[in-house]
Design a protein around this ligand. Structure first.
Ligand SMILES: Cc1cc2nc3c(=O)[nH]c(=O)nc-3n(C[C@H](O)[C@H](O)[C@H](O)COP(=O)(O)OP(=O)(O)OC[C@H]3O[C@@H](n4cnc5c(N)ncnc54)[C@H](O)[C@@H]3O)c2cc1C
Length: 423
């Protein structure tokens, strides 16, 4: 979000400095599934989420989990989230999400033409597979809604699904191909984008942790950051807060509040495989996603809502990889896959899996919709966060919108659904 914003601000003539607390070798935008998902027009807060969440809380391997906590931030987020798990919210949000998803995808198509940004964009769509009549019914309803918002879909019966992906087991009864979806290699983009921005004149200060703000009335005049053991101050005309799951802490330093919780997710990437998945896909019952890039395969899942921590929960990592024999059994015959599978499923200490299991923290807003716009109490602070499971898809689009707002221009899209003070 921050780098996309820097891209568009620079393009509009701003002198841009990015303050980044890490060395930019990893964050949530690196190890995700790489989907550009116009198909995902239903926000995370949707009917059925609460019942499903409660049911899954008793399963150590489940894909969705809320870590119970008495923190005020968690309680406030939870109450707001529950209030939005209804059809009215979905109906209100689907249109704006579809618009922003397409807007952002078109920017990716444009970026892919830049020889300095090679991130393997493939427009193959994404297939949602189901194994039960209940999921089939739900997904067909979701596909119909998507069609109403201009998406191209194809309902696949069992034979059609098998002919697209011959390795599917007989338990898969069908799927929906969302033809507008695409996928990229997110780590490739994240490795190249900083260097390219710097070559264009954007200043990126790595290992610089934002630690405070100087204000004059309703305006921020300077940003404090810690770097090399000292406090530095940078003056600013406008400040964009795009710190993912860390955004609430930084907002607080500026006297602002945003209801947002980290949603930890895991992925594992396998290389040197002989077996090749043809299409990116999601196995709906298990909520496990798989993305192929040549001889590499990434598997990802899990939304663990709770404070940021660096633990790998072994049962969850094992739960993800155990989905492979159930949904893509052919991989078990691939020695490269099998070796890693056995290491993960027989591990007794998650610390031994740090080289195999990646995790990141999705910034999950309290209604599943991003926060894009000016902060309520600060005239020159723009928020660009809360994108939950869609932050890669929505990054460039959000960046362009933020730059338009900073310039005082009429934004390309209506931003009402993303207002920071909407609760
Ligand atoms: C398993 C998994 C799969 C996913 N798959 C997809 C997908 O297929 N498609 C999709 O669209 N989305 C996907 N997502 C979601 C997506 O990855 C996130 O929404 C997105 O990466 C969030 O981007 P961000 O820029 O907001 O946050 P981040 O990428 O986390 O960036 C925030 C940055 O702020 C920095 N920061 C924090 N505090 C400070 C501070 N005090 N000072 C300076 N810097 C600071 C951090 O170091 C970090 O670099 C997935 C997420 C997960 C976990």
């Amino acid at each position: 979000m921050g780098l996309s914003t820097a891209y568009f601000l620079h393009k509009k003539g701003w002198e841009v400095t990015v303050l980044e607390k890490s060395d930019l070798s990893d964050n949530c935008s690196f190890g995700n599934m790489g989907y550009l998902s116009p198909s995902h027009i239903v926000p995370l807060a949707a009917p059925g989420m609460i019942e499903q969440g409660i049911f899954w809380m008793f399963d150590k391997k489940s894909p969705f989990y809320v870590r119970p906590s008495l923190s005020w931030q968690m309680i406030d987020w939870g109450l707001k989230f529950m209030r939005h798990c209804n059809q009215k919210h979905v109906d209100r949000s689907a249109g704006p999400l579809a618009d922003l998803l397409f807007f952002s995808k078109n920017i990716f198509l444009d970026w892919a033409k830049n020889p300095a940004l090679q991130f393997d964009l493939q427009e193959k769509g994404c297939i949602m597979y189901y194994q039960t009549a209940k999921k089939e019914k739900e997904e067909i309803a979701a596909a119909k809604l998507a069609e109403q918002h201009g998406l191209k879909i194809e309902v696949l019966d069992k034979n059609a699904a098998q002919s697209l992906e011959p390795d599917l087991p007989p338990e898969v009864i069908g799927g929906i191909l969302f033809k507008d979806d695409a996928h990229i290699d997110p780590s490739a983009l994240m490795r190249q984008l900083p260097g390219w921005l710097e070559s264009q004149g954007v200043k990126i200060i790595r290992n610089a942790e934002v630690s405070g703000f100087h204000r004059n009335g309703r305006k921020i005049t300077g940003v404090d950051y810690q770097a090399a053991g000292a406090t530095h101050t940078l003056s600013a005309d406008n400040v964009v807060l795009a710190a993912g799951s860390w955004s609430p802490q930084i907002a607080k330093l500026a006297g602002e509040y945003i209801p947002l919780m980290p949603g930890k997710g895991y992925s594992m990437t396998f290389g040197g495989l002989t077996k090749k998945l043809r299409y990116p896909c999601i196995f709906l019952e298990a909520k496990v996603a798989m993305t192929p890039w040549g001889d590499r395969l990434r598997i990802g899942s899990t939304m663990e809502i709770g404070a940021i921590n660096n633990r790998i929960l072994l049962p969850r990592a094992q739960g993800i990889i155990e989905a492979v024999p159930r949904f893509m059994p052919g991989y078990m015959d691939d020695p490269a896959f099998r070796a890693v599978y056995e290491r993960i499923t027989t591990a007794t200490d998650s610390e031994t899996l740090r080289d195999l299991v990646w995790f990141g923290f999705r910034p999950v807003s309290a209604d599943g919709m991003p926060y894009i716009g000016f902060a309520p109490k600060t005239d020159n602070l723009i928020m660009a966060t809360g994108h939950a499971m869609l932050g890669l898809s929505l990054g460039p689009g959000t960046g362009q919108l933020v730059a338009e707002i900073a310039n005082g221009e009429q934004p390309s899209l209506d931003l009402t659904a993303y207002k920071v003070d909407r609760f």
